[in-house]
Design a protein around this ligand. Sequence first.
Ligand code: ATP
Ligand code: MG
Length: 122
Amino acid sequence: MIPVIEFKEVSKTFPKKDGGRQTVLDRVSFSIPPGKTTVIAGGSGQGKSVTLKLVLGLMRADGGRIFVKGEDVTSIDGRALEQLRMRFGVLFQGSALFDSLTVYENVALPNSTAMRTNIRPS
Ligand SMILES: Nc1ncnc2c1ncn2[C@@H]1O[C@H](COP(=O)(O)OP(=O)(O)OP(=O)(O)O)[C@@H](O)[C@H]1O
Ligand SMILES: [Mg+2]
C-alpha cells in the first residue's frame, strides 16, 4: 500500500542568531499509512510544525526526499505545488479557526465545492 506521506532521510537546519546552526530534523524517515489517523507528538520546538511545512512546500528540506501518495514533492513549485496544496486541509496552531464552523468544517473547507469552484490555479 502506498503511504499517504513518506519522509526518507529528511533534514532541516536553521541558522541561529548567534551565528550557529540548529538542526531540527536529522535524516528523519517515516510513513503515514492511508485510512488511519496519525498523530505526530513531541515537546515544543521539536519540529512538528516544520515537518508539516515541509510537506506543504512552505519550507524546503536541506536533504532527503518527501513523497505524497508516491509522488516526489521535495522540490516541486509553481502549478504542481499549488495543486499539491489543494489536496490538504491545514489548521495552523494560532487563531486559525473560523468559529462559525465546526472543527470538521474548518478542516474540510479547502475541499468544499465552493472553494474548488472559486479558487483554481491560474
Ligand atoms: N523559520 C525558522 N527560522 C529559524 N528557526 C526556525 C524556523 N521555524 C522553526 N524554527 C525552529 O525550529 C524548531 C522547531 O520548530 P517547530 O515550530 O517545528 O516546533 P514544534 O514542534 O511545532 O513546536 P510547538 O509544539 O511549540 O508548536 C524550533 O526551535 C524553532 O525555533
Ligand atoms: Mg508547532
